[in-house]
Write a protein that binds this ligand. Structure first.
Ligand SMILES: [Zn+2]
Length: 323
């Protein structure tokens, strides 16, 4: 696992073990793909490591079991499609559901298998159903011995305030591009590739790793940025067709919207004079005012799609008409 940045958070967690002040529940929040889950995994690994309380040794039975995903005291939950649905269905509707929280509850009712901690990581907790949150709240209200729950979400306000108030909050931020590049190079990624994917990952080491493993994904991201720039000059019928096809794949739609926002923020920085000589993404020759407006429109459309019942295709059409 690539652990990049987040030194302060890591030091804090380490100290909590040293001082015997591990909280029963943590909420790790911040942008996606920046390494929150990686830190959570390292932390629970360290809590259970037989050899060290500084870094997980990676050699003891406990560390090995964590790495192989078979540790009996670790449960990782993430958003899933509804039970009995087609796993390949891409229409969305992924959520952390009450049956998963029930599993957590029964797992936590048993003692840890050795002297360590029972641990649960709830990834993508922003997509937890209301029922599941209610059930989780009950577990948090009755903390038990050596057990820790780490909730991972993009924003704290995606969760009930009663849940948030029972968690130790830890905020995570985007990572500087230089740090991502250095880590990639340390991992023997060729310099040119490291340069390119560190740009394209927009502060998210998780994405950088994915791009390295799947170069075609990096190309796809570049294409999506290029598409947006081209759409701004295309006839309306082309824009509407693009909206229609993108709206059919919820995951692709959200990731496209996210990458456009990241791209235009980067472009804005570039137009303000930073890193001008190194900018390697597709270029759009737009004024600062236009870029700011575009960011605002995309953010608004994302908000509308995520929080209302608005038809995503129509919302995307509005977006593409305004660029
Ligand atoms: Zn170990």
């Amino acid at each position: 696992m690539l652990l990049v940045g987040h030194k302060e958070q890591w030091e804090y967690l380490k100290r909590s073990i040293e001082n015997n002040r591990v909280a029963h529940a943590y909420l790790f929040y911040g942008p996606s793909n920046i390494g929150k889950r990686t830190v959570a995994m390292e932390f629970v690994k360290l809590l259970n490591c037989h050899n060290s309380d500084i870094r997980p040794c990676g050699k003891c039975v406990s560390c090995k079991n964590f790495e192989n995903g078979i540790h009996p005291d670790l449960l990782v939950l993430k958003p899933e499609p509804p039970e009995n649905s087609d796993k390949n269905d891409k229409s969305g509707n992924l959520a952390v559901r009450i049956n998963q929280i029930d599993k957590l509850k029964s797992g936590f009712s048993l003692s840890p298998s050795d002297s360590g901690y029972k641990a649960a990581i709830i990834d993508g907790a922003g997509a937890m159903t209301y029922d599941a949150q209610g059930s989780l709240l009950k577990i948090l209200e009755e903390p038990k011995g050596k057990a820790v729950i780490i909730i991972v979400a993009e924003q704290a306000d995606q969760l009930l305030s009663t849940i948030v108030s029972r968690c130790q909050l830890m905020r995570f931020d985007l990572i500087q591009r230089e740090h991502i590049k250095e880590s990639l190079e340390k991992g023997n990624v060729p310099k040119k590739t490291a340069e390119e994917i560190s740009w394209l990952s927009f502060g998210r080491p998780g994405l950088a790793v994915e791009y390295y493993k799947n170069p075609e994904l990096a190309e796809l991201q570049k294409k999506r940025i290029g598409d947006f720039v081209k759409l701004s000059k295309a006839p309306l019928v082309t824009r509407f067709k693009y909206a229609e096809s993108l709206a059919k794949d919820t995951e692709l739609m959200y990731s496209s919207i996210d990458i456009w926002i990241s791209y235009f923020r980067e472009l804005l920085l570039e137009s303000l004079g930073k890193d001008k000589n190194h900018f390697i993404l597709p270029a759009a020759d737009w004024s600062k005012i236009k870029i700011r407006n575009i960011i605002r429109i995309i953010e608004k459309i994302r908000f509308i799609i995520k929080t209302t019942n608005a038809n995503p295709r129509l919302a995307l059409e509005v977006l593409f008409m305004k660029i």
